[in-house]
Design a protein around this ligand. Sequence first.
Ligand code: AMP
Length: 453
Amino acid sequence: MNNIFKDPRIKPEIQAGLEKIHFTKPTEVQEKVIPVLLTHKNAVVQAVTGSGKTHAYLVPVLNEIDTTKEYVQAIITAPSRELAEQLYQVARQLRDASGLNISIAHFAGGTDRERQLKKLENRKPQLVIATPGRLYDFVQKKNFAIDHVKAFIIDEADMTLDMGFLENIDYVAKRLPKDTLFAAFSATIPVKLSNFLRKYMDHPEQIVIGSKTIIAPTIKNDLIDIGSKNRKKILYQLLTMGQPYLALVFANTKQKVDELTEFLQNQGMKVAKIHGGITERQRKRTLREVENGQFQYVVATDLAARGLDINGVSLVINYEIPRDLEFVIHRIGRTGRNGLSGHAVTLIREEEMDRIEELEKMGLHFDFVEIKNGELVPRKHYHRRNNRKAKNHKIDTKLNGYVKKEKRKRKPGYKKKIKRAIQEDKMQKRKLEQRHEVRKAKRLRKRRRDRGR
Ligand code: AMP
């Protein structure tokens, strides 16, 4: 396959910039998405953070900008301040490496609105990176014109939906020129989201980056049943038995993060913490310090599970399982990035085994381990799990039957039968997934309604 980074439609400056930041080989999502966006075709891309999706849109977007025209030509949205900030830094890095004179602005809620407005008066940006709320605010007040926008990218679209920002996006999207290029990037594509996107995209290119990216194959994903043991003690053992380069411990609540941080600090460990109760400024400082290698341990809520790119995480510990199971995948995805090996350990009690089964259905594979003599070793006996395996076998007998028969005597059409059975199985799964999405959306709506009361 030709290297898409060398495509002659990409400006030589950007090609050189990519080389300068050592992006020589495109990732799968870049290989698939860049040519689509270069030909100005809308796209809905299912890809997780860590796949390289940011550059899959940044390259074509920067390429699109006419540096001689001083008006907004492209908009990228990200659902949280942190994500928008990170995206801004990444965009600046590629712009600077390319040496292109592109003006990029970063608008996010919570940041100084007046200062941003002042900047806007001085020079209109060519690329706007914004959270949906602030974007809506500026567009509504006509702080900048959007009638020359050529590309509109929604990053982390499912999170944008979950956070209730689609209305803001809708307001802006409706007012964009008819021929604007639309693209949405999302880890999952819930039904509600695809319905929304259909409003703006007529037959978009649907690109799914293989389910193998659910977690990187380089991650060893372990599971420990803590039984009646003390969870904190196990955490301490896990953190101290190897020498993790950087360990990220996830807990479900701010209180739990505070509690664990204090516990570990009392054991003499240098621990940083990240959660929503800490001011953004402090969070940023902590992230910088972590980045500089000042901490070996970070305890965090799911605020750090999505999007935030903390380099060098060698160990992720799920101290407890989050209510929303998808976050397990995001959490684990913080390690094993960029082809490096990673390790994740999830702590559970037996009664949570059903949730692990659900995760397995989503495509996660766990290795069952226990701590013995200060080491993690495969756990041999686990009755429930063994039973479960037997149960799973039963579910699959339909497929197994076809395969077995095929070995004994080759009936005509056996391949078709297997295919059909697999297809049916897949459809069933898809239906279940869709039902799950609809329920989740309903729950969210209800929660929002209740909150509004
Ligand atoms: P993303 O999924 O966009 O957050 O990217 C994940 C990580 O991969 C980031 O740290 C990127 O800098 C890095 N990355 C993305 N594309 C490439 C590439 N083609 N070559 C090397 N690193 C990459």
